[in-house]
Design a binder for this molecule. Structure first.
Ligand SMILES: [Zn+2]
Length: 125
């Protein structure tokens, strides 16, 4: 089977507009995050992050997070995506008057750290 490169798959879902406008994602949108998603290396990746990576030709460093300058979660215009640290992100949220959820949202899950599903088959009671 021939693999379609991520670039090709990616751009077919993008409603490209003017260079400074928001480019809405027309593919899958995460229910919780409200952000565009695409499958990359068999995992779901956020579309705006992939957009940044394609534009810059490199991966987003693991200690950096990408955010929108336009506050539009489905926007994938690489011009509207900037990198920052988690701390930047939080500061940004606070300065915009958003409430920052403490706890689980800030904890990064390690990718591929194994799954914890030891299902016990106990059968009947
Ligand atoms: Zn935008």
């Amino acid at each position: 089977m021939k693999q379609v490169p991520i670039e090709d798959r990616f751009w077919q879902y993008v409603d490209k507009k003017g260079p400074d406008e928001c480019w809405p994602w027309r593919g899958t949108v995460g229910k919780k995050s409200g952000r565009g998603q695409i499958k990359k290396n068999r995992r779901h990746a956020y579309a705006y992050r992939v957009s940044w990576e394609l534009e810059n030709g490199r991966d987003i460093p693991p200690d950096q997070s990408a955010r929108h300058t336009c506050d539009n979660p489905i926007c994938v215009n690489p011009k509207h995506v900037v990198l920052g640290t988690q701390a930047d992100n939080i500061r940004d949220c606070i300065s915009k008057g958003r409430r920052v959820k403490r706890g689980k949202d800030l904890v990064k899950r390690k990718p591929g750290s194994g799954r914890r599903s030891l299902k016990k088959r106990d059968g009947e009671t």
